[in-house]
Design a protein around this ligand. Structure first.
Ligand code: GDP
Ligand code: ZN
Length: 337
């Protein structure tokens, strides 16, 4: 065999997928390196190569949440370096994209995926300081419906609920069929219930700044991400990236675990790219009434004999939710024009 065909350097770059390659999940992306967590609880720092195979064409090659196969590099002087080469990236069950318009873009532009294989969107809110923001909750819920993620609404800082407002705040969402939970990262109340809801799944934690998201993540995962003012500073710092990170939630005396994904740079998922006509399907309570609208394409805004608007007027649909819908509808209109 000629030297040209098989140069030693080239061979290194021609690692191809082999059935004996190890299984793992990418939990962090650091520059060109992918940190991979194995089912045995070990971590490996991996790279991809041009020969890395992917089941996700026209998309970001490797992201947090990706199930991968990798080949550990050989130990040197009997020291395990915990380095490896990612040889294969499995098909994503779901993908959270920075820019969803691109998903519809047929020009072949790469979809920018932030995280993948997500089961659940956990919406963190606080009873006060900052105040509960129903419109933001509805935006997240619409997002969860669009992405077909289970939504869990968590109301934090329950220790500050001196007027016992929590039950009345959450009633609406419970009636809509969404799972809710009251917790306090300060006193620990509800934290174990929250942990249970995270085990066996991959959850994205979202929430407006200051609601206590980072404090909760630290408690659930045993990590020490900066919180409060410190986190504001870190976020503004030169080295902050908006990269998603994934952390392991475990429970004592059990080998079951879950993953939580934090997306520090993306506080509020944008609904850009969700078509205006699509929005009406993202408010679950409309579904019951919409078939009775005169027009099957009714947007429930100005059409005559709209069964959804009639339900709002009767009080069968919450006016607050309907208003959230109108806000999102108007935003989508602006994007169109
Ligand atoms: P993030 O911006 O959502 O990540 O919020 P942080 O975790 O940084 O928390 C913001 C502030 O709220 C910090 O000063 C926390 O100590 C405080 N905090 C978090 N959880 C609770 C809670 O359950 N009760 C109270 N009283 N304060 C909390
Ligand atoms: Zn209608």
């Amino acid at each position: 065999m000629s030297k040209k065909l098989n140069p030693p350097l080239r061979r290194k770059n021609f690692v191809t997928f082999d059935d004996s390659d190890w299984h793992g999940v990418i939990y962090e992306v650091r520059g060109p390196y992918y940190l991979v967590h194995t089912p045995q609880g070990e971590t490996y720092t991996c790279k991809t190569l041009r020969t890395t195979l992917s089941e996700n064409p026209n998309s970001t090659l490797a992201v947090v949440g990706d199930r991968v196969r990798f080949r550990p590099l050989e130990e040197r002087n009997d020291v395990a370096l915990h380095n490896g080469i990612i040889t294969f990236i499995e098909k994503r069950r779901s993908a959270l994209s920075r820019n969803r318009e691109r998903r519809r873009n047929r020009s072949g532009e790469t979809e920018h995926v932030i995280a993948s294989n997500i089961d659940q969107l956990v919406i963190i809110t606080s009873i006060t300081d900052p105040p509960f923001r129903p419109k933001l909750v509805d935006r997240y819920l619409a997002f969860a419906e669009f992405e077909r993620l289970t939504a869990l609404l968590v109301l934090n800082k329950i220790d500050l609920d001196t007027e016992h407002l929590a039950p009345s705040l959450l009633k609406l969402y419970n009636e809509l069929g969404y799972d809710t939970l009251t917790v306090s990262a300060q006193t620990g109340e509800g934290i174990e219930q929250l942990r249970q809801k995270l085990i066996g799944k991959t959850s994205v934690l979202s929430g407006h700044s200051g609601v206590g998201k980072t404090t909760l993540i630290n408690q659930l995962t045993g990590s020490s991400l900066p919180t409060g003012e410190l986190s504001e500073k870190t976020r503004k710092g030169a080295h902050t990236t908006s990269n998603a990170i994934m952390l392991v939630v475990s429970q004592p005396h059990s080998n079951e675990y879950g993953y939580v994904i934090d997306t520090p740079g993306i506080r509020e998922f944008s609904l850009d790219g969700i078509a205006q006509e699509e929005l009406r399907h993202l408010f679950v309570e409309f579904r019951k009434y919409a078939p009775n609208c005169v027009f099957s394409s009714c947007t429930h805004t100005t059409e005559p004999d709209c069964a959804v608007r009639a339900a709002v007027e009767r009080g069968d649909i919450s006016p607050m939710r309907y208003e959230s819908y109108l806000t999102l509808f108007a935003e989508a209109q602006e994007r169109k024009s």
